[in-house]
Design a protein around this ligand. Structure first.
Ligand code: MRU
Length: 369
């Protein structure tokens, strides 16, 4: 996607120094566009944990590059198999809900364990990390191609009137390598000339919707309106939402979806109002081992300070303000699980399926046991 006139992806190798990974520091958006250098496992761990970058597919790619940094880092540690296993565990612990992280880190780890030759390990880690980036890019592109048909169908039933789509959090290109998951169908449909408008949930506490999704859509010229998180149900009751599309951080083989906290409430409201509720995700977001999302998916608990403090801009300076009574505690759960029964369909790189084991495995027959 373009920022101004320049085309960006969200993670890349620094052109002048292949030992450094570069990312867009998402903490600074929409106020500043800042590129950050990451040169060690520790820096990558912090970048993932403290959300300099975020979003399931991007976290996965970052974890893969974290493993590459483990190979090339100039430190005194012996680069044994045990060392790589420890680094893998460490990186995976940075964000527990998005399964993409574990998936990508384990892919690099298994390549590293194939040889003890350091040069080969370095080449293998880099090749595999770049392969993950390429696959995720293509997966999101395909999600867009499949998903745009759903928007087009609604547009046809409305005789070309504006299709209103609600989304939660940021499942946009910033959360992936490019295109996004939930936003990819939106970008494809918009570029095709279909009239659409996006309701952007602000997504407290970190406001990924207000800060990131709104910024992305604005950069691409997609009409959108930011709404407070609790507005969606009302809009649905009044016929102002034609469909919901969200992303996922982990989806069970039975079709339960973990996504940013608040997604479940939107799905309940959508069900009550007969609004189609779609989840867009690449195959790296499926957890093929889990069958009960509510009870099996680990939900990240983040620091309560994210609820207490809100960041904004005043003039040219970014300010952080306290919003709670001094002694009130806060609970900050990052994700919730939307049960499969509330989901109309899953948009994947292999097509659209129902949120059920049978339908998912029809698209991914190699996962049948
Ligand atoms: O805590 P975050 O910002 O990493 O949560 C991100 C989400 O919940 C996204 O909706 C999800 O990763 C979808 S992936 C494009």
């Amino acid at each position: 996607m373009k920022v101004g006139d320049i085309k960006f992806q969200t993670i890349w190798i620094k052109p002048e120094n292949p030992s450094v990974i570069q990312i867009i520091d998402q903490r600074k958006l929409p106020f500043k566009f800042v590129i950050e250098d990451i040169a060690s496992v520790e820096e990558m761990f912090i970048a993932i944990k403290d959300m300099h970058l975020r979003g399931a597919p991007l976290i996965g790619a970052a974890g893969a590059f974290g493993m590459y940094l483990a190979v090339i880092e100039k430190d005194t540690k012996t680069k044994t198999s045990e060392y790589y296993q420890e680094v893998a565990q460490y990186l995976v612990s940075s964000r527990p809900t998005a399964v993409n992280l574990e998936y990508s880190v384990n892919r690099i780890l298994s390549r590293l364990l194939e040889t003890k030759d350091h040069d080969r390990q370095k080449r293998a880690a880099l090749t595999e990390a770049l392969a993950i980036v390429g696959e995720e890019l293509e997966n999101c592109r395909r999600i867009g191609e499949y998903g745009q048909n759903l928007i087009q169908q609604i547009s046809q039933t409305k005789n070309g009137e504006t299709v209103n789509i609600l989304t939660h959090c940021n499942a946009g290109w910033l959360a992936c390598i490019d295109y996004g998951t939930a936003t990819s169908p939106i970008y494809f449909a918009h570029d095709k000339g279909i009239k659409l408008h996006v309701w952007v949930d602000e997504t407290r506490p970190r406001n990924q919707g207000a800060r990131l999704t709104a910024w992305e859509l604005g950069q691409h010229g997609v009409p959108h309106t930011v709404i407070a998180d609790n507005t969606g149900g009302h809009l649905m009751q009044h016929g102002m939402v034609d469909m919901v599309i969200v992303g996922s951080d982990r989806t069970t083989v039975t079709g339960d979806v973990a996504n940013k906290i608040g997604t479940y409430l939107k799905a309940l409201a959508a069900k009550d109002n007969n609004v189609p509720f779609y989840v867009a995700l690449p195959s790296s977001t499926f957890d093929w081992n889990l069958t009960d999302g509510v009870n099996q998916i680990p939900v990240e608990e983040r620091d309560a300070s994210e609820i207490r403090f809100v960041e904004g801009i005043e003039g040219a300076s970014v300010k952080i303000v306290d919003t709670l009574p001094k002694n009130s505690p806060a609970l900050n759960l990052g994700f919730d699980v939307t049960p499969a029964r509330l989901i109309t369909g899953l948009i994947t790189e292999r097509g659209i399926c129902k949120a059920s084991r049978e339908s998912i495995l029809t698209l991914f027959p190699e996962k049948k046991v």
